[in-house]
Design a protein. Structure first.
Length: 330
C-alpha cells in the first residue's frame, strides 16, 4: 500500500466501507469517511462528513484534501417504491461526487459497481466475464451501470484514472446465519423469505413458502421451478477489502474494470444441508416459480492482472457464522 495519504471512503458506515476505512487507518493512511450515518470509527487520522452524496456542500467538504477516492457507498433496494431514492443516491449522488472530485484531481477513483449490471441472474453465457453485455434488469442494476458511465466520463474529462469493480454479492460471515440480516435473512430463512416475497408482491412464491411453514423458523433450500438448486457467489467482506485495496494502488488497475468476488459460487444443494445440520434447524426444499438463480462469474482478470486471491471459502464463512449465531443466542 502507498505511503500515508488521505483517502476518501464513501459508504464508510457500511459493511464494506467501514472495513476498508479501518484497514487504511491501520496501515497509516488518513481517511475521510462520507455517509449518511456515522461509522463510529474513532481515530486521530479519521475525519467524517455526514450527508448525502447528492448534497453538493457535503460532497465538496468530503473531497477536501484527499488524493484518492473509494466510492463504495450506495443505496441498495429492489422495492419499486424506493426508485426515486435509488436514483438520487446512486446516480445523482455519483454525478455530484465526481464533479467535486474533478476539482481536487485525485490520483485514483475506485467505484463499487455490481454484477447486476450484466445481470447475473439471466446471463447470456457463463462464466460471466467482464466482456459480457451489460443489460441490467433491476433499477438498482441500472443505477450501477449509469454510475459506471459517469465514472468513465469523469475519467475522460478529468484525466483521473478510475477502476470499476463489479462486486459479487457480499456478506460478513457473521450475517449468514442471522435471520435478521438484510440479505441472508430472506435468502436462507423461511419467515424472512415469506416477508420479502410479500413485499415484492410474488403471490405464487408466498403461497409455496407458506405451505412449508410449520410455525417454527426453518432454513430454505431454494430451487427453481424445474428443481435446479440456486447457485451464486457469496463473498466475504474481508476478501472484498483486499480487492479494493489492490484497485486503489496497483498501477495495472488504472482505467480497468474487474469482477471482484469469490472464485467458486455457492451450491445451495450442498450448503443448505450443512447449514441445517450445524444449526439444528429444519430444512425445507422449495421449488420457486421462475428460472431462479444460477450463475458463475469469473474473477480470472483481477487474479491474473492484480494478483487477487480470495481466502474466505463459503465453508470457512459458515464456521464463523455458526459461532456468531451461538454468541447471539447466549
Ligand atoms: P451497505 O448498505 O452496508 O453500505 C452502504 C452505505 O452507503 C451505508 O452506510 C449507507 O448509509 C450509505 N449510503 C446510502 N445512500 C447514501 C447516500 N445517498 N448518501 C450517503 N451515504 C449513503 O452496503 P455494502 O454491502 O457495504 O456495499 C458497498 C457497495 O457495494 C455499494 O456500492 C453496493 O451497491 C455495492 N454492492 C454490494 C453488494 C452486496 O452484496 N453487499 C453486491 C454488489 C454491489
Amino acid at each position: 500500500m502507498s505511503d500515508a495519504t488521505r483517502v476518501l471512503v464513501t459508504g464508510s458506515a457500511g459493511r464494506v466501507g467501514s472495513r476498508v476505512a479501518r484497514r487504511l487507518l491501520e496501515s497509516g493512511h488518513r481517511v475521510t469517511g462520507f455517509d449518511l450515518r456515522s461509522s463510529g470509527i474513532e481515530h486521530p487520522a479519521y475525519r467524517e462528513v455526514l450527508g448525502g452524496f447528492d448534497e453538493r456542500s457535503a460532497a465538496a467538504d468530503a473531497v477536501g484534501g484527499v488524493d484518492a477516492i473509494l466510492h463504495l457507498g450506495a443505496f441498495m433496494s429492489w422495492l419499486p417504491a424506493d426508485g426515486d431514492r435509488l436514483f438520487r443516491a446512486n446516480v445523482e449522488g455519483t454525478r455530484v461526487l465526481l464533479e467535486e472530485a474533478a476539482r481536487v484531481k485525485p490520483r485514483r477513483f475506485v467505484f463499487a459497481s455490481s454484477g447486476e449490471v450484466y445481470p447475473e441472474n439471466v446471463p447470456d453465457y457463463q462464466p460471466i466475464d467482464e466482456n459480457h453485455p451489460l443489460k441490467p434488469r433491476s433499477a438498482y442494476g441500472l443505477t450501477k451501470l449509469l454510475g459506471e458511465e459517469l465514472v468513465r466520463f469523469f475519467e475522460r474529462s478529468s484525466g483521473t484514472p478510475a477502476t470499476i469493480l463489479r462486486f459479487s454479492h457480499t456478506q460478513d460471515a457473521t450475517e449468514l446465519l442471522d435471520p435478521e440480516s438484510f440479505f441472508s435473512g430472506p435468502r436462507f430463512f423461511l419467515h424472512p423469505k415469506i416477508r420479502q416475497q410479500e413485499g415484492f408482491g410474488n403471490e405464487a412464491a408466498v403461497a409455496l413458502l407458506r405451505q412449508a411453514d410449520e410455525g417454527r423458523e426453518a432454513l430454505v433450500l431454494s430451487r427453481n421451478e424445474t428443481g435446479r438448486p440456486f447457485q451464486m457467489h457469496i463473498t466475504d467482506t474481508r476478501d472484498m477489502v483486499e480487492g479494493i485495496l489492490l484497485a486503489l494502488d496497483h498501477p495495472a488497475a488504472a482505467g480497468q474494470v474487474y469482477n471482484l468476488g469469490a472464485t467458486e459460487p455457492v451450491d445451495f444443494a450442498a450448503a443448505l444441508p450443512r447449514m441445517a445440520e450445524l444449526t439444528a434447524l429444519p430444512l425445507k426444499t422449495i421449488d420457486l416459480p421462475g428460472g431462479g438463480v444460477f450463475y458463475r462469474t469469473s474473477n480470472a482478470r483481477i487474479r491474473n492482472e492484480l494478483g487477487y486471491e480470495p481466502r474466505w471459502t463459503f465453508d470457512r464463512m459458515i464456521d464463523e457464522a455458526v459461532q456468531a449465531r451461538a454468541k447471539r443466542a447466549s
